[in-house]
Ligand binder design. Structure first.
Ligand SMILES: Cc1cc2nc3c(=O)[nH]c(=O)nc-3n(C[C@H](O)[C@H](O)[C@H](O)COP(=O)(O)OP(=O)(O)OC[C@H]3O[C@@H](n4cnc5c(N)ncnc54)[C@H](O)[C@@H]3O)c2cc1C
Length: 472
């Protein structure tokens, strides 16, 4: 019997691959090893679970172990892959304190990423969290709730009941710190304010959401202040100080007393498993792969947050740890391993975020230094236009910023911010980038118009018109 397709990691990339593989090759064997209890879960929904908008943790699950079994996937939870031997084509797995060896025909490494806390000291203190995984979400929500009104259902088999009960018994915090003003920090600020907590966001640079560009950053910062969030920009946090529990955030210019701290300063790819193997990593530290997700070792694939992709605009390797990238690459690899090769697709760095009432999106290359490094001569124009016909209720100012290459007129990237369905408009630009459109071509797009949805000239078209004048 042939050795099975072995997948390491039972979430977005791993289970997408296993599902697609079984659909494309119903007679093939696939084994998925997941070191935790949760499988097929939505990290992306966790801020909204903490906020209370999503009621139950199980609402964030997609494919249950039973449904995976029905698809013919041999899914093993609480099984950690502790070694990969690419010469012998086998992995070593640890389960219940025992180790065993599993040979593979093909191997997919879909181990994801982990939240970084260094160099901030004091993270080991009680009530210092990162937001990575459903156990973190459960612990934070338990900690915010009144001990008399527990918020997390510990009867769910997956939930770490001891951990949840530990936090649920504590006096709920009144003041919280978020270290890091990226999208997780911004989403968590909304979640904490929904619980009426004094919320402080500390950001090392001068901008929140810096990959979204200046227009977005400034508007989001103003909006967060309007919502009562205390912003500490240009502030580097050194330590979460206190005794057993976090009591204060110590930064380069002072100290702010808090009762709970969330560190959201970024993620790093989980690649340690591959360190002793010849599988090569890229400059980002994530696994280097080709257009089909193949690593530098035959029969070994990598996908999702632990792997690089190719950038739509620059063609260079890019590490963009986001949900669609993981699902899409996993699915393509499942099909390729089943014998029908499918490219994993490029990434344009398309991202959207909700910050209270505001929405923002970004795509492509918008930073001028990055554009120049990729050989472009960047030019950017920004407009603010209505989201609907001026006379129609709900019309909101929507700011669109577009960047193009001066020489060729090719669109390089853009960002959008506003209140009325602004974020999703970024998909027009993502599509334009995928098709290598020039600014005049974007200007000529036949976008939809009716007063409740858009003005005759969609804000994206207005921005393209203005940028075209500059290019002309
Ligand atoms: C708070 C938060 C909000 C987010 N919001 C968004 C969003 O709005 N939009 C978006 O596009 N993306 C968002 N993301 C990112 C998105 O969730 C990830 O890109 C996606 O989950 C990556 O999927 P993955 O399968 O590569 O990795 P993961 O989802 O991290 O899964 C990897 C799995 O591998 C397992 N594993 C690791 N090592 C081993 C081992 N040695 N043996 C066995 N199992 C192992 C892990 O336990 C884990 O279950 C968010 C992430 C977070 C943390």
């Amino acid at each position: 019997m042939a050795d099975p397709f072995v997948v390491v990691g039972g979430d977005a990339a791993g289970l997408s691959a296993a599902s697609k593989y079984r659909r494309a090759n119903p007679d093939g064997d696939v084994v998925v090893f997941e070191k935790g209890r949760w499988v097929s879960y939505a990290h992306c929904g966790t801020p909204y679970y903490v906020k209370g908008e999503v009621d139950r943790l199980t609402d964030l699950l997609s494919l249950s172990p039973e449904a995976a079994a029905e698809r013919g996937i041999d899914l093993r939870r609480d099984h950690e892959v502790v070694a990969v031997d690419t010469d012998a084509e086998q992995v070593t797995v640890e389960h219940d304190g025992e180790r065993f060896v599993q040979p593979y025909g093909d191997l997919l490494v879909a181990t994801g990423a982990h939240a970084v806390t260094a160099p901030i000291e004091g993270f080991e203190r009680e009530l210092a969290f990162t937001m990575h995984g459903l156990d973190s979400a459960a612990a934070i929500r338990a900690a915010l709730a009144d001990p008399d009104e527990p918020a997390v259902d510990t009867s769910i088999e997956y939930v770490d009941a001891d951990r949840v009960n530990h936090y649920a018994a504590m006096v709920p915090p009144e003041r919280v710190a978020i270290v890091g003003g990226g999208y997780v920090g911004v989403e968590m600020a909304e979640a904490f304010r929904a619980h009426d907590l004094e919320t402080h966001v500390f950001q090392r640079g001068s901008h929140l959401l810096s990959p979204f560009g200046d227009a977005v950053c400034e508007r989001v910062a103003d909006h967060l202040r309007e919502q009562g969030v205390h912003l500490h920009l240009d502030t580097t946090v050194a330590e979460l100080a206190g005794g057993d529990r976090v009591e204060a955030v110590v930064h380069d210019d002072g100290r702010v007393p808090v009762d709970l701290a969330l560190v959201g300063i970024g993620v790093a790819p989980n690649t340690e498993l591959l360190d002793p193997t010849p599988v090569e990593l890229g400059e980002s530290g994530a696994v280097s792969v080709d257009d089909y997700g193949r690593t530098t070792v035959d029969g070994v694939y990598a996908a999702g947050d632990c792997a690089e992709d190719s950038h739509t605009v620059t063609g260079a390797p890019a590490w963009v740890p986001l949900g669609l990238t993981a699902n899409r690459a996993g699915r393509a690899i499942g099909q390729t391993v089943a014998g029908d090769p499918e490219p994993v697709g490029d990434v344009a760095g398309t991202a959207v975020v909700k910050a209270f009432e505001l929405e923002a999106g970004r795509v492509g290359v918008i930073d001028h230094d990055d554009a120049r490094a990729a050989g472009f001569d960047p030019v950017t124009e920004q407009v603010t236009a209505g989201s609907r016909s001026g006379y129609y209720p709900g019309n909101e100012p929507t700011t669109v910023s577009l960047t193009a290459d001066r020489e060729t007129g090719r669109l390089l990237g853009g960002s959008i911010v506003g209140r009325d369905r602004a974020a999703i408009r970024i998909d027009t630009l993502a599509t334009a980038l995928e098709s290598d459109l020039t600014v005049p071509e974007v200007e000529r797009l036949d976008l939809a118009y009716a007063p409740p949805f858009s003005p005759v000239w969609d804000p994206v078209l207005v921005a393209a018109k203005v940028l075209r004048s500059e290019l002309d």
